[in-house]
Design a protein around this ligand. Structure first.
Ligand code: SAH
Length: 218
C-alpha cells in the first residue's frame, strides 16, 4: 500500500512550492484533492510525479505544477463561476471546485466526460457540471464566467470564450501548435489585455465532439 497522503504533501512542498506557487488557497486545494483517484490504474504509482500522465484516448493530465500555475493565474476567491474546457480525467475540475462557487466543464470526448462526471459525483464534488461539448462554442447558456481555463491548445484564443468572459474576468489558455505559450487574458472596460506567461506543451484543442456510446463524431 502506497502512502499517497505523504506523496501528495511532498508533491506540493517539493514541486509546486519550490517552482514558485505561493497562493495558499491553491496550495490547499492541491494538498486536498486526491490525484491518485483520477488517474488510470496503470500509472497509479506515478500519480504524484512531477510530469504529465496519460489518461486514455491519447490525452494527458498536466503535471501538478502546471495545474497549480494555471489555477493561481485565475485568482479565485470563492464566489466565482468558472468554465473549464477539457475535463479529461477531472483532476483540474476538482482543484477548481475547491476554490470557486461553481465549475462548468466541457469535454469533447463523450466517454471521458462520462467517466469524469461519475468520478466527481462519487467523490462528492457537487458544485461541478460536466457536459460533452465543443469548447470552441463555450457554454453560452451559463455565461458570463468570472474565470475560464482551457486545458488543451487552440491555435488562437477562441472568440466565443473571450465573449463569455465577464467584465473583470480572467481567461487562461495555452495557444499555438508546435510552439505553445500560456496566455492570460483579462477583460476590463470591454477590452482584452493579453499577457504571455510561460512556454508550455498541451494536447491540441480539436473541433467537434465524439459520442461516448456510438464513438461517432458529431
Ligand atoms: N484538465 C484535464 C486535462 C485533460 S487533456 C485533466 O485534468 O485531466 C485536455 C482535454 O481537452 C482532453 O481530454 C481533450 O479531449 C479535451 N479537448 C480537446 N479539444 C476540446 C474541445 N474542442 N472541447 C472540449 N474539450 C476538448
Amino acid at each position: 500500500m502506497q502512502d499517497f497522503a505523504r506523496q501528495r504533501q511532498q508533491m506540493v512542498d517539493e514541486q509546486v512550492l519550490k517552482q514558485g506557487i505561493l497562493d495558499e488557497r491553491v496550495l490547499g486545494s492541491l494538498r486536498k484533492v486526491e490525484r491518485h483517484l483520477f488517474v488510470p490504474g496503470d500509472v497509479l504509482a506515478d500519480a504524484y510525479g512531477d510530469f504529465p500522465l496519460p489518461i486514455g484516448e491519447g490525452q494527458t493530465v498536466s503535471q501538478p505544477y502546471i495545474v497549480a500555475l494555471m489555477t493561481e493565474l485565475l485568482k479565485l476567491r470563492g464566489s466565482e463561476k468558472v468554465l473549464e474546457i477539457g475535463t479529461g480525467c477531472g483532476y483540474q475540475t476538482a482543484v477548481l471546485s475547491e476554490l470557486a462557487a461553481e465549475v462548468f466543464s466541457l469535454e469533447r470526448l463523450g466517454n471521458l466526460a462520462e467517466l469524469a462526471a461519475a468520478r466527481l459525483k462519487k467523490l462528492g464534488y457537487h458544485n461541478v457540471h460536466v457536459k460533452c461539448g465543443d469548447g470552441f462554442a463555450g457554454w453560452p447558456a451559463e455565461a458570463p464566467f468570472d474565470a475560464i481555463i482551457v486545458t488543451c491548445a487552440p491555435e488562437a484564443v477562441p472568440a466565443a470564450l473571450e465573449e463569455q468572459l465577464a467584465e473583470g474576468g480572467r481567461l487562461v489558455v495555452p495557444t499555438g501548435v508546435e510552439w505553445q505559450e500560456l496566455l492570460l487574458v483579462r477583460k476590463n472596460a470591454g477590452r482584452s489585455q493579453v499577457e504571455s506567461v510561460a512556454a508550455v506543451r498541451f494536447v491540441p484543442m480539436v473541433r467537434g465532439c465524439r459520442d461516448g456510446e456510438t464513438g461517432r463524431d458529431r
